[in-house]
Write a protein that binds this ligand. Structure first.
Ligand code: NAP
Length: 274
């Protein structure tokens, strides 16, 4: 039995400059894949790529690509093919999650979230298709969210719409691309400790942690490992699917359904571990 030879693979990670995308780019680089990571600012993306190359000993390039700009997205696919000889994996990960109550939401607020999260992702997939179709294989992994496909959160209705839209998109795309050996799947992260999440404030983080049965926020590596699997040869028979990675957050029917946290006093009584 042979496993994926990552050294032969070219991977694009949008929104790889920080957060979940950074974790994804790092894991692929550690496996030996050639990675092109993107963010809005080219100089920053190149700096982050240089740091990741040094930290992992891998091949990581960086590029400025604003996902609101269709031409820049085409340029991203062309650059990955030029640098790394093709495109095997697209991780369409970049996204924004500004809070905005529905009552105050403007048309521009809606456009911004849909343009980056939904339209940007769709255009990134389209841009990578010629290279994948030439190769007769490809892996597309979207970073969606539990918010929208599985849950809702007041203040993030436009965000939820964009993330549920990604899942609707992937089902049609998976059918269209299956004859070309291209799979399309998504991870649905719960609450993951990223720069973007930390910006939502201490109170948000505390409330979220309390609602996660496994008792902690997710780490970027938790999501990256799920993405790596869906991008691997071993996942060749999986397409059009979503994989929830949320520490069980979407399981309980109510707060009462959560097992109480283990009191610290019990730990104090427990015999010392060998
Ligand atoms: P983050 O820390 O805020 O990072 C967002 C990334 O997206 C950055 O690399 C940023 O790059 C890039 N980006 C933002 N706007 C962009 C644009 N217009 N064009 C191109 N790139 C852009 O966010 P995160 O928490 O890692 O979230 C990453 C993805 O996971 C998003 O799709 C988010 O919806 C999803 N998600 C996150 C969580 C969570 O708990 N963190 C949960 C569920 C889903 P630059 O700043 O360099 O431009």
């Amino acid at each position: 039995m042979t496993f994926t030879r990552w050294e032969d693979r070219s991977v694009i990670v949008t929104g790889g400059t920080r957060g979940i995308g950074h974790g994804i780019a790092e894991l692929f680089a550690r496996q030996g894949a050639a990675v092109l990571l993107t963010g809005r600012d080219g100089a920053n993306a190149r700096t982050v790529a240089g740091e990741l190359s040094r930290a992992t000993g891998g091949r990581v390039a960086g590029m400025g690509v604003d996902l609101r700009d269709p031409e820049a997205i085409e340029g991203m696919a062309a650059e990955a093919a030029r640098l790394h000889g093709g495109i095997d994996v697209l991780c369409a990960n970049a996204g924004i999650f500004p809070e905005k109550p529905l009552r105050d939401m403007t048309a521009d607020d809606v456009d911004e979230v849909l343009d980056v999260n939904l339209r940007g992702g769709i255009l990134a997939v389209r841009a990578c298709l010629p290279a994948m179709e030439r190769a007769g294989r490809g892996r597309i992994v979207l970073t969606s969210s539990i918010t929208g496909p599985a849950t809702g959160y007041a203040g993030w209705s436009h965000y939820g719409a964009s993330k549920a839209g990604q899942v609707g998109f992937l089902r049609g795309a998976a059918l269209e691309l299956a004859p070309h050996g291209i799979t399309v799947n998504a991870v649905l992260p719960g609450n993951v400790r990223t720069e973007g999440l930390v910006e939502l404030g201490e109170e948000y983080l505390r409330g979220m942690t309390a609602s996660i049965p496994l008792g902690r926020l997710g780490e970027t590596s938790d999501i990256a490992h799920a993405v790596l699997f869906l991008a691997s040869d071993e996942a060749a028979f999986i397409t059009g699917q979503t994989l929830t990675v949320d520490g069980g957050q979407t399981l309980p029917e109510s707060l009462d359904a959560l097992a109480p946290p283990r009191p610290e006093s019990l730990d104090a009584l427990a015999p010392p571990r060998p």
